[in-house]
Design a protein around this ligand. Structure first.
Ligand SMILES: Cc1cc2nc3c(=O)[nH]c(=O)nc-3n(C[C@H](O)[C@H](O)[C@H](O)COP(=O)(O)OP(=O)(O)OC[C@H]3O[C@@H](n4cnc5c(N)ncnc54)[C@H](O)[C@@H]3O)c2cc1C
Length: 408
C-alpha cells in the first residue's frame, strides 16, 4: 500500500529542510522508534525535523505524491503510541519548531509553535504574571503540540479544565499540504464547525498543528497546599467526594496510598511525613484574597478531620510546597524502579464516584494478586453540589511542626 523511502526521496527531503534536519542513520533514528508505551516500537525509514509551516506543507506534498506514510512527533512522551511509526515512512518531528512567538498581555493570549515544552511555556507566562493551567505530569518534557494532539490534562483539571479549554486558535497542515487556520485570539468564536475541537485529541491523524493560540488567565496570587494523612484508606477516598460536595473547588486533589509513599521514600532516599498512614491526600487551593483562601483551607481541613484525618499539614511558602509535591512527582519513577513490570492507566469517573472507583480497583487488584498505586484526580467538570462546612479551625501549618520537613 505504501512506497518505501528511497535515496531520491531522502535527497528531496534534504532539499526541503536542510541536510542537518534529515536523519537516516539507524542509531540516530532509534530514539524516534518509540514513545513512552512499554514494548511498542517501530523503525522509521527517515526522520525529518521541520522548522517552518512551509516545510511541513512541502513534506506532506512530497509524501502524498510518493505514497509515503507520515507520523508526526512532538517530544515522544505519549502513552498511546501515536508517535510510533508503525507503518514506517517519515517521522515528522516538530521539536525544532519551539518558539514562543508572542505573549499578548492585552488579550491574555500566547502564540506558540508546537514544539514548545509545556513547562517552558508555564515559566515564560508566569514571569509576566499570567497563567496557563494545563499541567500534565510530563510537563517538563512534553510539547504543546503533543498536548493538543492528545487532549492532555493534569491535576489542575479539577479546577481549571484541560488543554482543550485553552485553545483559541490553530494553524495546521492537512495531509494534502494545504495550510488551514481556525479561530484566533478570540474568546467568543461560535460560528461554523468547531474544527479546533475536532483536531484536539486527534493524535496527529487529521493534520499537523504548526501554530497555536492559547488563552491565559491572571496568575493567582496565593496558593496553599495541604498534606492530609489518614489511617483508613476508604476514609481518605470518601473525603475527596465530601470536599467536592462543598462549595470549594480545589486546584488539585491527589491521593497516594501507603505503598506509593513508601516507594517514593525509597526512591528519594528520605523519610516522608506520616509514611505509615494508609493514605495521603495532597490538596492545593489557590486564589487572590488571603481571607478567602484561609477560609477555604479551614473548611477543607475541617472536612478532612471529620473524616478521621490524622493531621492536616499546611504549606504556605513556595519552598515548603515544592518539598510537599516532591514525593508526588516522583511516584512514576519510584514505581518503575520498584518493578520493571508495571502499567499506567488513566481512569475518569464523575466526581461523586471516586470512593467507589478506589474500592473497585482495590477489589480487582486483590482478586488478581496485583499491586496498585492509586493516584486519582478528577478531570470531570460536573456541577458542584451545595453544602455546609462545620466552621471550626483545625488545621496547622507545616512551619508549626518546627520546619518545612514536616511537609517535605
Ligand atoms: C511520566 C509521564 C507522565 C504523564 N502524565 C500525563 C498527564 O498527567 N496527563 C496527560 O494527559 N498525559 C500525560 N502523559 C502522556 C504525555 O505526556 C502526553 O500525552 C503529552 O501530551 C505528549 O506530548 P508529546 O509532545 O510528548 O507528544 P508525542 O508523544 O510526541 O506525540 C503524541 C501524539 O501527538 C501527535 N503529535 C505531536 N505533535 C503534533 C503536532 N504538532 N500536530 C499534530 N499531531 C502531533 C503524535 O503524532 C502522537 O499521536 C504522561 C506521560 C509520561 C511519560
Amino acid at each position: 500500500m505504501y512506497k518505501k523511502v528511497d535515496s531520491e526521496t531522502i535527497e528531496r527531503l534534504r532539499h526541503i529542510v536542510g541536510a542537518d534536519n534529515v536523519l537516516a542513520d539507524a542509531d540516530e533514528m532509534e530514539p524516534y522508534s518509540h514513545d513512552e508505551v512499554v514494548g511498542l516500537r517501530a523503525d522509521p525509514e527517515v526522520v525529518v525535523r521541520a522548522t517552518s509551516t512551509e516545510q511541513v506543507s512541502q513534506i506532506f506534498q512530497l509524501a502524498q505524491r510518493e505514497r509515503i506514510p507520515v507520523t508526526p512527533r512532538g517530544a515522544g512522551m505519549g502513552l498511546s503510541g501515536g508517535a510510533v511509526p508503525v507503518c514506517g515512512g517519515i517521522i515528522l518531528s516538530l521539536e525544532k519548531m519551539n518558539r514562543i512567538l508572542e505573549i499578548d498581555k492585552e488579550n491574555l493570549m500566547v502564540t506558540v509553535e508546537p514544539g514548545v515544552i509545556t513547562g517552558d511555556l508555564h515559566q515564560a507566562v508566569e514571569a509576566e504574571g499570567l497563567f496557563y493551567p494545563p499541567d500534565p505530569a510530563s510537563l517538563d518534557s512534553c510539547s504543546i503540540g503533543g498536548n493538543i494532539a492528545e487532549g492532555a490534562g493534569g491535576p489542575r483539571a479539577v479546577k481549571y479544565g484541560v488543554t482543550k479549554d485553552y485553545v483559541c486558535g490553530l494553524e495546521a497542515v492537512l495531509p494534502s499540504g494545504q495550510v488551514i487556520t481556525c479561530g484566533g485570539k478570540l474568546v467568543k468564536n461560535v460560528t461554523g464547525y468547531n474544527l479546533i475541537q475536532l483536531l484536539i485529541g486527534s493524535e496527529g491523524t487529521l493534520a499537523v498543528v504548526t501554530k497555536i493560540v492559547l488563552r491565559l488567565l491572571p496568575l493567582p496570587k496565593l496558593r496553599v497546599d495541604l498534606l492530609v494523612p489518614f489511617d483508613d484508606f476508604q476514609a481518605a477516598a470518601n473525603t475527596v467526594s465530601d470536599i467536592i460536595a462543598q462549595r470549594i473547588v480545589p486546584t488539585t486533589i491527589e491521593f497516594m496510598e501507603r505503598d506509593s509513599v513508601l516507594a517514593c521514600e525509597r526512591y528519594l532516599e528520605k523519610e516522608l511525613p506520616f509514611h505509615d498512614a494508609a493514605a495521603h491526600l495532597l490538596i492545593q487551593l489557590d486564589g487572590n484574597h488571603r481571607e478567602a483562601i484561609d477560609a477555604d483551607y479551614d473548611q477543607v481541613g475541617d472536612i478532612c478531620l471529620k473524616n478521621g484525618a490524622l493531621d492536616v499539614l499546611v504549606a504556605l511558602r513556595p519552598r515548603d510546597q515544592d518539598r510537599l509535591w516532591e514525593a508526588r512527582r516522583a511516584i512514576i519513577d519510584a514505581l518503575k524502579k520498584e518493578s520493571p513490570i508495571n502499567h499506567m492507566e488513566d481512569v475518569v469517573v464523575p466526581r461523586a464516584e471516586i470512593p467507589a472507583l478506589l474500592k473497585g480497583i482495590r477489589e480487582i487488584a486483590e482478586r488478581y494478586a496485583l499491586s496498585t498505586a492509586l493516584r486519582p484526580f478528577d478531570r470531570t467538570q460536573g456541577r458542584l453540589c451545595s453544602g455546609q462546612g462545620s466552621g471550626h479551625r483545625a488545621t496547622r501549618s507545616a512551619g508549626e511542626r518546627g520546619s518545612a520537613s514536616a511537609a517535605s
